[in-house]
Design a protein. Structure first.
Lengths: 117, 109
């Protein structure tokens, strides 16, 4: 398995509190992603990074921010958590695709289950 | 924006029956990837298809990329209980991967 870890794995918090999820990789991959997974919605991209300090929004970025100050760490922050952000959050990493484009195969972390009461 | 749709959303089969999930993109894809997620687990990469009309096999799994590179399918022959899970296709955008909605497969022994 690829060297990718997420923390915390489980968290329960209250509405309005800030939450930060961490994704750490040991593969030196350029690309890092944050997805959320909810029943009936599959995997939806929140934010992604294509290099240190280079990030961009995904399809469901409202209410989330990210930072990547070094290659190995990608942080996802909920400034003021809401109940609609209760979800399972997956971090993923990838290198370039074999076909030359990006991204290549994604390696996922184990997921972080967040409950906002 | 780019959309990737999958059908069916759910499929229940008897062990030994075949299973197929279909993936359709709103845009032409340079490649398509397939992932499997076991219940309670994380998605795991299965395969990538690149060429128009490409067909690849992994044991009982057959993957196909359409001639127009806008659709793909995954066919499982003679399902087993170990095939249970959700199967996702994914197409590349700029520096990112867009996932389909997934097909959840349930196999009854």
């Amino acid at each position: 398995d690829a060297g990718i870890t997420q923390s915390p794995r489980h968290k329960v918090t209250e509405t309005g509190t800030p939450v930060t999820l961490r994704c750490h990789q040991t593969e030196n991959h350029r690309y890092m992603y944050w997805y959320r997974q909810d029943p009936g919605h599959g995997l939806r991209l929140i934010h992604y990074s294509y290099g240190v300090k280079d990030t961009d929004k995904g399809e469901v970025s409202d209410g989330y921010s990210v930072s990547r100050s070094k290659t190995e760490d990608f942080l996802l922050t909920l400034e003021s958590a809401t109940s609609s952000q209760t979800s399972v959050y997956f971090c993923a990493i990838s290198g370039p695709s074999l076909s030359g484009g990006a991204p290549g195969e994604l390696f996922f972390g184990e997921g972080s289950r967040l409950t906002v009461l | 924006g780019q959309q990737v749709m999958q059908i069916p959303q759910y499929q229940h089969v008897q062990e030994g029956e075949d299973f197929t999930t279909y993936c359709n993109s709103s845009t032409t894809l340079s490649n398509i990837q397939w992932y499997k997620q076991r219940p309670g687990g994380h998605p795991v990469f299965l395969i990538q298809l690149v060429k128009s009309g490409e067909v690849k096999k992994q044991k009982r799994l057959t993957f196909q990329f359409g001639e127009a590179k806008k659709n793909s399918s995954l066919h499982i022959t003679a399902t087993q209980t170990t095939d249970v899970g959700t199967y996702f296709c994914a197409g590349p955008g700029t520096d990112k991967l867009i996932f389909g909605t997934g097909t959840r497969l349930q196999v009854f022994p």
